[in-house]
Structure formats: structure tokens, C-alpha cells
Design a protein around this ligand. Structure first.
Ligand code: 16G
Length: 247
């Protein structure tokens, strides 16, 4: 199962497990090992590189935590599907993003509620007494959990939104049906690790890296806020892409 020997430099200040991990990562990215193909076992790595079992295990454990491989009890380590590359330029919906990739977007509604929320009002710079429709969903792609999302919509702009069944309906499409045309959004991205609740819903181990995104969306006039969203995307399945131009 060892396809190509990698060079491990014992004299290097870079730990051996790290060198091995980076080398295997490179082999996965360059297609030496294809998605769902089995990787060398801990024992095979141990023998091939004359390293300790612990060193081999650590390299594989970290590759798993970073989303490059998945491990099946008693069967070994396998190459994971490549990460989904998410562009940051356009204001798109999860449904549109998935459709573009030929995947089927799905949702499991966890909570729908009408409420007031001071923090959200502050984020949207609206009256603290305003009502929001809170919508919490687990988002799936071809049935696989991808993101956990909680959105707050200004109810007075879309009264009755809470009546819709968002298990099989796009939020952005529904807003368009209300005549609310979205124009732009402000978004931040930061790193987070999955806690027990998030991990369970997303089907990952607690501690898995997540991309935490916060978005405030405005209507086509560019200044009327409509939505505040917190999205937690699986860091082992997603990477962000943005094109930069030299100033
Ligand atoms: C995306 C958006 C979220 C929006 C949702 C609508 C990010 C970080 N978040 O997940 O703000 O509410 O799409 O999706 O991109 P829908 O129209 O498929 O329901």
C-alpha cells in the first residue's frame, strides 16, 4: 500500500510525524492516492520509515483532523473527498452554491421562532424592539451535513416567514418571493473548533476545525438590513477562495 517512498530527515528540527504528515498530504493533493483509496496503515508506515507506531499514528490522526483522510474502525485510513472550494466574491445562497457543484442542497430545521434579540438588533442597527424570525438549520449536501446555520430575519419585512417549511425550501428564494431583492452583505470568517453539540449535528469529532462566518445581508438598495446569520461550516470539508488584485 506504500506507493511512493517519502524522504524523512531525522536530523531536521521539524518533527518526523510532521514531515510524514506533510508528505502524505502532498501525495493526496497530487493524486498519488485517490479519494476513498486506502492509505498505508500505521504498521506499514512504521516499517517503511523505521519510526515508532506513535509517530505514524500521530501523522494519521492529524491528517484526519484536517480532513484529508477518514478512518474506519479496523479497516484503516482512506483518502477523503477533496474539500469544497467556496468563493467569497458573490452573495449566494447555500442552495445556489450546491447546485453549481451538481450537489443537492438539503436542510433539517432545528428551530423556527419569532423573537426579539438585542444583540441581533445591534448587529443590524435596528430598533431593539423589532421582531425577528429565527431559523436554525443543519445544511446538507447530497445528504451529508455541511454547515450549521442560524439566521435572523426582520419579520416586519417578511411577515409570516415563520410559517414556511424550510426543510425543503431555500431561504433566499423565499425572500425573493416576498419581493425582497438582496444586494450585498458584509461577512467575517474566523476559526473555531466544534463543541460536543455542533460535532454531533455535523457528524464530526468534537474539536474538528470549523469556519465560523457571520453575515449581515442588505437589500438591493444597499442599506436596508434584512438578515443576520451565523454559519458554522465544516473546516474538514470546506476551503475558502478569494481572488486578490495587486494595488
Ligand atoms: C448561505 C449563507 C446564509 C444564507 C443561506 C441561505 C454563508 C456563510 N451563509 O449559507 O447567510 O442564509 O446561504 O441559503 O454563505 P438558502 O437560500 O439555501 O436557504
Amino acid at each position: 500500500m506504500l506507493k511512493k517512498q517519502v524522504y524523512v530527515d531525522r536530523a531536521s528540527p521539524v518533527p518526523v510525524y510532521y514531515q510524514l504528515k506533510e508528505a502524505l498530504k502532498e501525495q493526496i493533493e497530487s493524486g498519488v492516492y485517490k479519494p476513498h483509496e486506502r492509505l498505508p496503515s500505521e504498521r506499514e508506515l512504521e516499517e517503511a520509515y523505521r519510526i515508532s507506531r506513535m509517530t505514524a499514528r500521530r501523522a494519521l490522526e492529524e491528517l484526519e483532523a484536517e480532513g484529508y483522510i477518514y478512518r474506519a474502525q479496523g479497516r484503516g485510513s482512506f483518502v477523503a473527498e477533496p474539500k469544497i472550494r467556496q468563493g467569497l466574491l458573490w452573495l449566494t445562497s447555500f442552495t445556489e452554491d450546491m447546485k453549481e457543484r451538481g450537489m443537492c442542497a438539503g436542510a433539517r430545521v432545528l428551530e423556527v421562532r419569532v423573537l426579539k434579540d438585542e444583540k441581533v438588533a445591534r448587529r443590524l442597527k435596528v430598533d431593539p424592539d423589532e421582531e425577528f424570525v429565527k431559523l436554525q438549520r443543519l445544511r446538507t449536501a447530497d445528504g451529508e451535513p455541511m454547515a450549521l446555520e442560524v439566521s435572523f430575519l426582520r419579520r416586519k419585512l417578511c411577515p409570516g416567514l415563520e410559517e414556511y417549511d424550510f426543510n425543503d425550501r431555500s431561504l433566499y428564494k423565499t425572500l425573493e418571493e416576498f419581493g425582497l431583492h438582496l444586494g450585498r452583505a458584509e461577512q467575517t470568517v474566523e476559526a473555531k473548533v466544534a463543541d460536543d453539540f455542533e460535532a454531533e449535528l455535523l457528524g464530526v469529532k468534537p474539536g474538528t476545525p470549523l469556519l465560523s462566518m457571520e453575515r449581515v445581508t442588505y437589500l438591493a438598495d444597499g442599506q436596508t438590513p434584512i438578515e443576520y446569520v451565523r454559519s458554522l461550516y465544516r473546516g474538514d470539508r470546506y476551503k475558502l477562495f478569494v481572488e486578490l488584485k495587486r494595488r
